[in-house]
Each structure stands twice: as structure tokens, then as C-alpha cells.
Design a protein around this ligand. Structure first.
Ligand SMILES: CC(C)(COP(=O)(O)OP(=O)(O)OC[C@H]1O[C@@H](n2cnc3c(N)ncnc32)[C@H](O)[C@@H]1OP(=O)(O)O)[C@@H](O)C(=O)NCCC(=O)NCCS
Length: 222
């Protein structure tokens, strides 16, 4: 008999029982809201700015990822050493009170580029990158709450990174990330957005007492 997939996020292992309940407040808030009334124009994109952002981000990342991110991770996001992009909506309660909630988030860093991840490099590009310090954008985490998936929010966040690469005057060479091998939804998402699978990292993740490989996905401007 085929088991029903109970995971809220495909970043959790296929048979995981640890991802069947929501943790963040936004889900109970949305229970009283007509989702169709919230359009893309109502979503604001901005960086992490406050401790309240971090409190929300922590709970959302617990729902999205089977990995515990450390306090240092969140401190670096708050003080801007690690970059972030949030998708946020404003909810108006019947009492008239308004409150903002995060519905999507991407955390990324600029890292020294690794030549081995560059694709189809001409000898000229290789020669230039050898003498130049090139960087790449590494996506550490990206997630969108279930109620808003499939509406292009993650795609929009990726587009903002691509824009940065295009505008960097070649100081940013590519965008890359590690993805656990069983996450088929994310694989489809990255492929659809022009990322190529370039490498496999054996036993890269320890998740729920099991080892899993990771794929490295790379997007590079033509
Ligand atoms: C992967 C993720 C960030 C995509 O966010 P999103 O805002 O829904 O993505 P978009 O709407 O921009 O893109 C939608 C595309 O992603 C894929 N996709 C996203 N959600 C999907 C779902 N539930 N089922 C199937 N495909 C899905 C499809 O290719 C879809 O394109 P299509 O609608 O044309 O078929 C989101 O599914 C998520 O948060 N997953 C849990 C956390 C995670 O796995 N993060 C990635 C870790 S590497």
C-alpha cells in the first residue's frame, strides 16, 4: 500500500513524521483570510530588519528545513553579514489592527567563487577569473509558506539575485546552492529557473539520523 506523503515541506526526508504540523503563527492567522484576496502586488519584498523578523524566520525555517540553524546564523542575518530577502504581507484584523507577517524568505551569502562550479568557461574567462577575485552568490535557504506556494514568490526572489549577477560587472560569476537529493519539488523549481545540476556531494547532510547526498545546482549568465 502506498503511504500518503504527510510532509509540509519536501526538504524533510520522504518518510519523516517530524513535519506534519505548522509552527509559525501566520497559518492560524490565514485561516480567517480569503487567500485569493491577496495578490502579488500586496506582497512586499525587503531584507531582515528586526528581532521580530528573526523570531518569525526561525519558526518558518523549522517548518521548511530538517536542519537546525544556529544562533550565529540568525545573528549574521540580523546584522546583515549574511544577506536576506523576505516576502511579507499585511493582515488587517476585524478589530482594525494591522500586522505584518513573513510568507517567504531567502538567505544567501557572497562567497569566493570556485572555478570547478563554472560551466563552459572559455580559456579567456578562465584566464581572467584566475587573476581576478570573483565571487558567487550562495543560497543558504529559500522557502515559501504552503498557502502561497506556486504563485511565483520564490521565482521572484531568485530573479533578484540574477539581477545582482547581471549588474555586478562580472564580479559575481554565478549563483549556486546545495540541495538534498530527494527534494523533487525544489529540483523542478531550480531547473525551471535555469539552474543546472553540476555535482553530487556524498553524505553531505545528516538528517534525522541518516546520511543523504546533496546536489550542487548552479545558475550562470550566458
Ligand atoms: C521550493 C519552493 C521554495 C518554491 O517556492 P514557490 O514560491 O512555490 O515557487 P514558485 O511559485 O516561484 O515556482 C513554482 C514552481 O516550483 C515548482 N513547485 C513549487 N511548489 C510546487 C509544488 N507544491 N508541487 C510541484 N511543484 C512545485 C514547480 O516547478 C512550479 O512551477 P509550475 O507552477 O510552473 O509547475 C517551495 O516549494 C518551498 O518552500 N519548499 C519547501 C522548502 C524547500 O524545499 N526549499 C528549497 C530547499 S533547497
Amino acid at each position: 500500500m502506498q503511504q500518503i506523503d504527510q510532509r509540509l515541506s519536501q526538504a524533510f526526508p520522504p518518510n519523516s513524521q517530524n513535519n506534519t504540523r505548522y509552527i509559525a503563527d501566520i497559518h492560524s492567522v490565514l485561516a480567517n483570510v480569503k487567500l485569493d484576496d491577496i495578490g502579488f502586488k500586496d506582497i512586499k519584498f525587503r531584507t531582515v530588519q528586526t528581532k521580530r523578523d528573526i523570531t518569525q524566520l526561525k519558526l518558518l525555517q523549522q517548518e521548511w528545513f530538517p536542519i537546525n540553524y544556529t544562533e550565529q546564523f540568525y545573528t549574521a542575518v540580523l546584522n546583515g553579514h549574511t544577506s536576506s530577502l523576505l516576502a511579507e504581507i499585511e493582515i488587517k484584523f476585524p478589530t482594525g489592527r494591522k500586522e505584518k507577517y513573513i510568507i517567504g524568505a531567502m538567505v544567501y551569502q557572497s562567497r569566493l567563487s570556485k572555478n570547478k562550479y563554472q560551466q563552459n568557461q572559455s580559456w579567456k574567462q578562465w584566464f581572467c577569473s584566475f587573476f581576478q577575485t570573483q565571487h558567487a552568490l550562495y543560497i543558504m535557504t529559500i522557502g515559501v509558506i504552503n498557502e502561497f506556494r506556486g504563485r511565483g514568490i520564490a521565482e521572484y526572489m531568485i530573479e533578484q539575485l540574477k539581477k545582482r549577477v547581471f549588474e555586478s560587472n562580472k564580479t559575481l560569476a554565478y549563483i549556486y546552492l546545495d540541495m538534498v537529493v530527494y527534494n523533487e519539488v525544489a529540483a523542478r523549481f531550480y531547473q525551471k529557473n535555469g539552474f543546472n545540476k553540476v555535482r553530487i556531494k556524498k553524505n553531505h547532510y545528516q538528517i534525522e539520523n541518516q546520511s543523504f547526498d546533496a546536489y550542487v545546482y548552479v545558475w550562470q549568465p550566458n
